[in-house]
Design a protein around this ligand. Sequence first.
Ligand SMILES: *[C@@H]1O[C@H](CO)[C@@H](O)[C@H](O)[C@H]1NC(C)=O
Ligand SMILES: *[C@@H]1O[C@H](CO)[C@@H](O)[C@H](O)[C@H]1NC(C)=O
Ligand SMILES: *[C@@H]1O[C@H](CO)[C@@H](O)[C@H](O)[C@H]1NC(C)=O
Ligand SMILES: *[C@@H]1O[C@H](CO)[C@@H](O)[C@H](O)[C@H]1NC(C)=O
Ligand SMILES: *[C@@H]1O[C@H](CO)[C@@H](O)[C@H](O)[C@H]1NC(C)=O
Ligand SMILES: *[C@@H]1O[C@H](CO)[C@@H](O)[C@H](O)[C@H]1NC(C)=O
Ligand SMILES: *[C@@H]1O[C@H](CO)[C@@H](O)[C@H](O)[C@H]1NC(C)=O
Ligand SMILES: *[C@@H]1O[C@H](CO)[C@@H](O)[C@H](O)[C@H]1NC(C)=O
Ligand SMILES: *[C@@H]1O[C@H](CO)[C@@H](O)[C@H](O)[C@H]1NC(C)=O
Length: 581
Amino acid sequence: MDHHKECLFPTLVFLLLRIAASYDTITENQPLKDGEVLVSNGGYFALGFFSPRNSSANRYVGIWYNKVPELTVVWVANRDNPITDSSGVLSIDKDGNLVLVHKNQEVLWSTNASATTITNSSSAQLMDSGNLVLLQGGGKKVAWQSFDYPTNTMLPYMKLGLDRRTGLTRFLTSWKSGNDPGTGEYSFKMDPIGSPQFFLYRGSMRLWRTGPWNGIRWSGVPEMTPNFIFSISYVDNHDEVTIMYGLHNASIFSRMVVNESGTVQRLTWHEADRRWVAFWSVPKDQCDYFGHCGAFGDCDPYISAGEFECTCLPGFEPKLARDWYLRDGSNGCVRKRGGSACGNGVGFVKVPRVKVPDTSIATRVDESLGAKACEELCLSNCSCSGYSAANVSGAGSGCITWHGDMIDTRQYTNGGQDVFIRVDSVELESPSTVFLADSQDNGFALILEPITLSQTLVIDLQNPVHSQFDRDNPITDSSGVLSIDETENLVLNHKNQEGLWSTNASSTTITNSSSAQLVDSGNLLLFQGGGKKVVAWQSFDYPTNTMLPNMKLGLDWRTGLSRFLTSWRSGNDPGTGEYSY
Ligand SMILES: *[C@@H]1O[C@H](CO)[C@@H](O)[C@H](O)[C@H]1NC(C)=O
Ligand SMILES: *[C@@H]1O[C@H](CO)[C@@H](O)[C@H](O)[C@H]1NC(C)=O
Ligand SMILES: *[C@@H]1O[C@H](CO)[C@@H](O)[C@H](O)[C@H]1NC(C)=O
Ligand SMILES: *[C@@H]1O[C@H](CO)[C@@H](O)[C@H](O)[C@H]1NC(C)=O
Ligand SMILES: *[C@@H]1O[C@H](CO)[C@@H](O)[C@H](O)[C@H]1NC(C)=O
Ligand SMILES: *[C@@H]1O[C@H](CO)[C@@H](O)[C@H](O)[C@H]1NC(C)=O
Ligand SMILES: *[C@@H]1O[C@H](CO)[C@@H](O)[C@H](O)[C@H]1NC(C)=O
Ligand SMILES: *[C@@H]1O[C@H](CO)[C@@H](O)[C@H](O)[C@H]1NC(C)=O
Ligand SMILES: *[C@@H]1O[C@H](CO)[C@@H](O)[C@H](O)[C@H]1NC(C)=O
């Protein structure tokens, strides 16, 4: 029953709102009250007050698709300032701004545009593109538009990027949650430094990068094909550096969203199934995460199972072979010892089909420069570590050179572009040298030395939180004692209570000579039977959440014992959790 109510209610309200709609413009004489809706001329978009699915108390002013039955909000005005009743009114104030006020006449949100001449003729119109435009000066001047202040959605014909004349940067920011359109932690924003690129950020941390525009598409989005449903327009001149998507067919609904799980998604509405289908999203694989293989690393997600996705660019080797062996490439690579890569015998090795390294630290030179000239330019400067074409369309033209670190290079099976890495003559003779092969030979000796197992396996009985044994029976003070009892079991007692935990092994002959020993593998062994040293119990037979090397998981046919892992309840509670393996 509840389920039905929840489904019907929004649809009903939605229908009522649609019927009530009749105009697309707010004027001084015609404000918009909660419950009323503005609909664009062609009926594509609607503007009004809404509540996110599960927060019926909060009211927001938003724009949504008018022809899509599922409420799909594409823009929100007062995202961080909800109204908690239905007294909200969107109107034009005496300065010609669009303002949202509620019963106490408190201004919750404003377009905040400075009007030069007050002519009493401001109006706000919802366009068929989904753009809300504030017109001043008798409809002549666009004083403000919602497309300049996007929330989490990029609509067709909306520009993202930098307006160099005004300094305005248009970017997307995720909602806080599905119930809260407030400013969330993920954003998708252009970095205009060097060769401009968009980044997906979590706070100020870079998660993913589009790569620079390469004349046809983003270097890091090989799926962007020119003849798909979009027309793509990238502009980089003294007025602006922006990206905009148009649609070849106006009856297709497509939007790009930074969602609250930190994913950039592109979705289209499928009328037949009546649902949004996400046909593209990033980050997809490990190699999409910014700097996964560090400086001068190269990430290949198509390696066979069991291999490490990080390698070093030609002429480089892992900075910390031990981390590399343990499959952490984040410290990246350094030039091989002896490789000078400047002076005599220097050349370039081509790394084909890649996303070019981060261009925020690269120099983009003359768009007309050819490949040969670009190579010579890089060669003539010792600080140049590599180059690539700036525009891959046709035979390729333009020149990007990197000075210093080359970060976030990754492989594609097709659609990437070629990058040329500066190497010394030794490397040129064997251009196919890949570091990974020798790193595995050397790796073992390097790693065994610094990590001795006993260091990592301190079992701290003073601190109950860290005890592996009493996972569901913590001791609340420091009175715990682990000892051998008269039945020759290892038992954990504390001051008021005996037998919090026991190895519970049945001993046949009591010889008063049991002992428990922690060995280097991390296994705690209980020996019984005097000199014979029979293993009566071992911690490896009762794992908690960790499988260590040389531990067996699975079934013992003879005893019926099944050894398996169970998660902790939380990082603070080693109690038996809900996940098991
Ligand atoms: C309006 O703009 C001024 C100055 O640009 C700023 O201080 C103020 O916070 C803005 N108000 C709103 C409601 O955005
Ligand atoms: C605008 O309207 C206000 C009140 O309706 C009036 O006092 C004012 O003179 C008008 N200004 C112009 C420039 O028409
Ligand atoms: C809304 O609440 C229902 C029931 O409590 C829950 O199943 C659903 O996931 C919630 N929706 C969102 C978007 O949080
Ligand atoms: C890229 O190269 C193509 C073909 O040479 C040219 O038509 C186009 O204008 C170039 N694009 C840019 C951004 O320079
Ligand atoms: C536009 O798309 C609709 C359905 O999405 C389709 O029926 C129509 O034929 C398309 N128009 C063109 C010109 O491709
Ligand atoms: C965000 O997008 C990803 C990829 O399409 C999807 O798996 C995930 O469920 C989305 N998260 C939300 C909250 O919609
Ligand atoms: C080499 O390139 C760097 C970065 O573009 C530049 O600062 C430096 O002046 C150049 N050096 C020479 C010798 O051209
Ligand atoms: C010890 O084993 C017996 C029988 O196998 C069982 O009933 C008892 O609960 C176990 N005690 C503990 C503390 O595991
Ligand atoms: C074991 O030790 C206890 C107490 O010290 C003693 O009473 C018992 O006789 C001993 N048993 C054997 C078999 O030595």
